[in-house]
Design a protein around this ligand. Structure first.
Ligand code: 13P
Ligand code: SF4
Length: 302
C-alpha cells in the first residue's frame, strides 16, 4: 500500500504543486517541503514559483501573502484554522482610525497582519528587513508601526528613530523573560544567545545576536562557536540541527512553542492536495492595494 509520504509526493506532481513550510512547522512537514524558510524567504518563493498550486504549511497571514503575490495560483492552507495573535492585534477599523488621527504618518505593517491592513499600509516588512524598511522611509515623516511593539522597538534601536508603536505582539516570544535567559546562561555558560526580535527589549539586551529565523540559522552556521541558546519558536531546532549537525542547540524556554504552527499534519497536506481545499483567496480590491505594499517590501533585501 502507498504510504502517506508517497501519496503526497504523487499528488504534488499531479497537481504541479509546491509545498512551502515555515521553519516553525513540525519536523515531518519541514521534511516534505520543497522550500523551508522565514516569512521573507517564503514570500519570495510564493512570488516567484511557476507551480500551479501553493500548499502553505504555516499560518493564515502567510497563505494570504502567497495569494496576494501569486493570484493566478491556487493557494491552499491545510491547517485552515492556523492563526496568529498579531493577525487579530491589527484590527482594520483601528488602523483606519490611526490614519485619520495621524493624516501625514506613513504606515509600516508587519507581514503578520491581515490583507485588509496591508491594503491600508505604505509598505510591509518582515522580521528580517524591518530596520531596512524603516530606514527607507523619509526621515521627516512620522511612522506608525503595526502591530508588534517589540519588533518596532528593535527597528527604532537599529535606525535611531522614534516610531509610533502599536501595542500588539507575539505572545510566544513576548513571554520570554530576563530570568529565562539568565537561567539558560547559567546552565550553558559557553553558549551564545541567538534571539528573535519579537522578544521584549530588556530580554534582547542579553542576546549575542538578534535576527529573523533565517538570520539565526545563518548566524549559527557561520559562527565559530559550537553551542547556542535559541530564543525563538522550537521548530527552528530542526533546521539548525540539519545544517549544523556538530553544533549544540538549547531552547531558551520550553514555553517557546506556537500551537498554531503545529496544526499542519501530513494528513491535512494530503487531503488539501486531493481536494484542492481549503483555499485562501484575497478579494481583488484588497489584493491590489496590499500587493503594492508587499512588492515595495520585496524590493528591500530580507
Ligand atoms: P520570521 O519572520 O523569522 O519568519 O518569524 C516570524 C514569525 O513569528 C512567524 O510566525
Ligand atoms: Fe504568530 Fe508568534 Fe505564532 Fe509566529 S510564533 S505565528 S508571530 S503567534
Amino acid at each position: 500500500m502507498e504510504d502517506i509520504i508517497d501519496e503526497i509526493m504523487r499528488l504534488k506532481k499531479e497537481r504541479n504543486a509546491i509545498i512551502l513550510a515555515h521553519v516553525y512547522q513540525p519536523e515531518e512537514i519541514q521534511e516534505i517541503a520543497d522550500f523551508t524558510g522565514d516569512s521573507y524567504g517564503l514570500s519570495r518563493q510564493a512570488a516567484e514559483t511557476d507551480a500551479d498550486v501553493i500548499v502553505f504549511a504555516g499560518v493564515r497571514f502567510m497563505a494570504e501573502t502567497a495569494n496576494i503575490l501569486s493570484p493566478d495560483k491556487i493557494t491552499l492552507l491545510p491547517a485552515a484554522d492556523a492563526g496568529c495573535q498579531m493577525f487579530t492585534d491589527a484590527i482594520e477599523g483601528q488602523v483606519r482610525q490611526a490614519k485619520i488621527d495621524n493624516p501625514h504618518a506613513l504606515i509600516v505593517s508587519y507581514v503578520n497582519t491581515p490583507a485588509s491592513v496591508k491594503a491600508m499600509s505604505d509598505i510591509c516588512c518582515t522580521s528580517s528587513n524591518a530596520a531596512a524598511v524603516v530606514d527607507s522611509l523619509p526621515k521627516d515623516k512620522e511612522v506608525i508601526f503595526v502591530p508588534d511593539r517589540n519588533l518596532a522597538s528593535w527597528a527604532e534601536e537599529q535606525c535611531n528613530r522614534t516610531l509610533l508603536k502599536w501595542q500588539g505582539g507575539c505572545p510566544i516570544h513576548g513571554m520570554l523573560t530576563v530570568t529565562d535567559i539568565r537561567m539558560a546562561k547559567i546552565k550553558y555558560p559557553n553558549a551564545l544567545v541567538l534571539m528573535h526580535p519579537e522578544c521584549r527589549a530588556e530580554v534582547r539586551e542579553l542576546a549575542d545576536y538578534v535576527g529573523s529565523t533565517s538570520g539565526i540559522i545563518k548566524y549559527a552556521e557561520k559562527s565559530e562557536a559550537t553551542e547556542f541558546i535559541i530564543a525563538t519558536e522550537e521548530g527552528v531546532l530542526y533546521e539548525l540541527s540539519e545544517r549544523c549537525p556538530n553544533k549544540q542547540f538549547h531552547l531558551a524556554s520550553r514555553r517557546l512553542l506556537c500551537t498554531n504552527m503545529k496544526k499542519t499534519t501530513l494528513e491535512k497536506v494530503r487531503d488539501a492536495l486531493k481536494t484542492l481545499e481549503p483555499r485562501v483567496i484575497v478579494p481583488d480590491e484588497i489584493r491590489e492595494r496590499s500587493a503594492a505594499a508587499l512588492e515595495k517590501m520585496l524590493a528591500i533585501k530580507g
